[in-house]
Design a protein around this ligand. Structure first.
Ligand SMILES: Cc1ncc(COP(=O)(O)O)c(C=O)c1O
Length: 400
């Protein structure tokens, strides 16, 4: 859906830049959500967040810093203490790797990390090869920079298991390709790339002079191992690799807007300039909360994984019992991406679910190639909210 011009005085919309007026489309998720915006009766399972408030020790650390007067302009790339904590955290998580603080820049959420990457890499007409189905915002960021997203869809077995044919990624690359974007574990599928596939991609990217943008915001939310394989484990510090991450998902900090980018040290100055133009950095007191999450928050991440494991299982058990539903257990992240026999237009179905049944889900069309015909449900919430949502989904399917 294009920008809604109804709210603009006449004459203004004509003078907006081409990107704003024409290229900046609403994501399909927002398109559904806007139909019932602000309705407190809707059970919200459409966005990538659950119902837990950020843990108290994190909030307290931020509040204490605010009380202590940490209210001034601060470092563009993040407090040195936070960057040091991120370096220590990364080296702890991926045993034996070397990830110095000069390779880390703090960003305004994973979202801004994505946009910074696009700003760094893209000239108009360049393209990014994107493994899909994929969360829509990389598409929007690419388009905003006048770039072109080129999708390579995952394959899916009849049982709903997703897999990647890496050769398809290689084949999609052309002379205007600047980067390959891989989100593993993936939103919305939970698909997780193996270390062998990462190696193959890295070798190819080195050979062809391409960047890899690795979105690893769900690295901790995996149900089959302690942490998902990371490009950081196999790459050299100066490889053309940008790994983006976020505090949002593992520590329930979606509203804080804090993420980070791991990059070659040589990009640091360039990133500082870009951050200055975009946001001029993050409030220092929020960064104190992020340090607490890194240093004292492992127990919370473990609780989060167990909560999501239980939520995913509840959704799987309920929906797989319905003969019209095709659903698999995801390996990671916190989404079920299922289809319903008889529902082809998932945008229309999700709008109906929101308006008539008061449950918010995201339509598959929003997630680019390979997403069509599926519906995404975020299971990061507790059993009470999920059960209420499932009752309503089942009622809607029954009425089909
Ligand atoms: C795959 C993926 N990448 C990045 C983000 C950005 O997260 P945030 O901007 O909240 O840090 C999200 C959020 O939903 C996501 O799903």
């Amino acid at each position: 859906m294009a920008l809604d011009h109804r709210f603009l005085p006449s004459g203004i919309s004509a003078s907006l830049s081409r990107a704003i007026a024409h290229d900046l489309t609403e994501t399909g998720i927002s398109e559904v959500a806007m139909t019932v915006f602000g309705d407190p009766d809707v059970v919200p399972l459409w966005f990538g967040e659950g119902d837990l408030v950020t843990p108290e020790f994190v909030r307290e650390a931020a509040a204490a810093a605010l009380q202590a007067g940490e209210t001034f302009y601060t470092w563009q790339r993040g407090l040195p203490e936070l960057r040091a904590a991120l370096s220590a955290y990364t080296e702890r998580l991926y045993d034996g790797i070397d990830c110095a603080a000069d390779r880390i820049s703090v960003t305004t959420g994973g979202m801004q990390a994505i946009l910074l990457c696009c700003q760094l890499l893209l000239d108009p007409g360049d393209n990014i090869v994107i493994v899909s189905p994929i969360w829509p915002n990389i598409t929007s960021a690419t388009r905003l920079m006048r770039g072109e997203p080129k999708y390579v869809a995952l394959d899916r077995t009849k049982d709903g298991v997703w897999s990647l044919d890496v050769q398809k990624v290689f084949d999609a690359v052309d002379s205007r390709t600047r980067a390959i974007f891989v989100n593993s574990p993936g939103n919305p599928t939970g698909w997780t790339m193996t270390t062998d596939q990462q190696r193959a991609l890295l070798d190819f990217a080195r050979e062809r002079g391409l960047w890899i943008m690795a979105d690893e915001v769900y690295a901790r939310l995996i149900y089959t191992r302690a942490v998902a394989p990371s490009f950081l484990e196999i790459a050299r510090p100066d490889d053309a690799l940008l790994v983006l991450n976020s505090f949002s998902k593992p520590w329930a900090m979606t509203g804080w807007r804090i993420g980070w980018l791991t990059h070659p040290a040589a990009l640091g100055d360039q990133l500082a300039k870009l951050v200055q133009i975009n946001t001029s950095g993050l409030p220092a007191f929020l960064q104190r909360g992020a340090i607490a999450a890194l240093e004292k928050g492992d127990f919370f991440v473990e609780q989060m994984v167990e909560r999501c494991r239980a939520g995913g299982e509840l959704v799987f058990q309920r929906l797989s019992a319905n003969p019209r539903v095709t659903i698999a257990r995801p390996e990671a992240a916190f989404y079920n991406f299922f289809s319903v026999d008889g529902v082809d237009d998932t945008m229309a179905f999700c709008k109906k679910l929101a308006q008539d049944y008061k449950v918010g889900l995201a339509p598959g069309e929003a997630f680019a190639a390979g997403g069509q015909g599926n519906i995404r449900l975020c299971f990061a919430s507790g059993a009470e909210r999920l059960s209420k949502g499932l009752d309503r989904i089942e009622a809607a399917i029954k009425a089909l």
